[in-house]
Design a binder for this molecule. Structure first.
Ligand code: SAM
Length: 219
């Protein structure tokens, strides 16, 4: 693939825009399905929880979160207006019932009050945070004391096989993620890395892992 195409793919994954956005959203759902489901599984959603997700893309996994109990509420925040539009359309009934809402907003300046959410998750967005310390400080601020943060990502060893990562992705291994968290006040509870079925990159099967880091705002 030529550098311009790779740059375009990287830019769309960072912030899906324009005519390509809907297709990019579908592709992300396909490639990231297992990691999203695993992260949601580790979230241990309980009745009455108010969950915040940063960078939910087209919101295709929101029903999994809401299905836990009728009292669970969900807020999705993504800085791509196209993704917010798609997420709203896909989750229209939950939005009408007041169980889900979707906002255009940047992880670096979250438009929420302090100690507002029980749990926060974000999957495949950390690579794009220009100031990860500031984003984590914001997530800490909006979490209730005792609340948990889950970060799902593909570790560096998996991501480096994708040729588009040279264009603006910041890659992390488990140690690098866990070193960032205490600086923002979080207590790291676990990091769990799990192998997924190989994905095909450039015609070759490549080993792909998913990493889920779990941290807590002390109560
Ligand atoms: C690679 S996609 C991942 C989507 C989905 N979470 C998944 O795992 O398939 C990254 C998503 O995060 C959003 N995003 C990236 N950086 C963001 C930021 N700083 N603030 C809000 N949303 C962001 C993008 O617009 C995009 O929808």
């Amino acid at each position: 693939m030529d550098p311009n195409t790779l740059k375009q793919i990287a830019a769309q994954l960072r912030k899906p825009e324009g005519e390509m956005a809907a297709q990019v959203g579908e592709k992300m759902n396909e490639g990231n399905r297992l990691l999203n489901l695993r992260t949601i599984g580790r979230l241990s959603v309980s009745s009455g929880d108010h969950i915040l997700e940063i960078g939910m893309g087209n919101g295709s996994f929101v029903p999994v979160i809401l299905s836990v109990a009728p009292t669970v509420r969900y807020t999705g925040c993504d800085y791509s207006p196209e993704m917010v539009g798609q997420a709203l359309a896909r989750n229209q009934v939950a939005v009408e019932n007041g169980r889900a809402r979707f906002l255009v907003g940047d992880a670096g300046s979250l438009p929420f009050p302090e100690s507002h959410f029980d749990k926060v998750l974000t999957v495949n967005t950390i690579y794009f945070w220009e100031q990860p310390e500031a984003v984590l400080a914001g997530l800490y601020r909006v979490l209730k004391p005792g609340g948990t943060l889950l970060i799902g990502l593909r570790p560096k060893a998996s991501m480096q096989h994708y040729p588009f990562v040279s264009y603006g992705f910041r890659l992390y291994d488990a140690g690098e993620v866990t070193r960032l968290l205490p600086a923002a006040g979080f207590r790291v509870l676990s990091t769990e890395e799990e192998q997924e079925p190989d994905q095909e990159i450039g015609g070759q099967p490549v080993r792909v892992d998913g990493l889920v880091a779990v941290a807590q705002k002390p109560g």
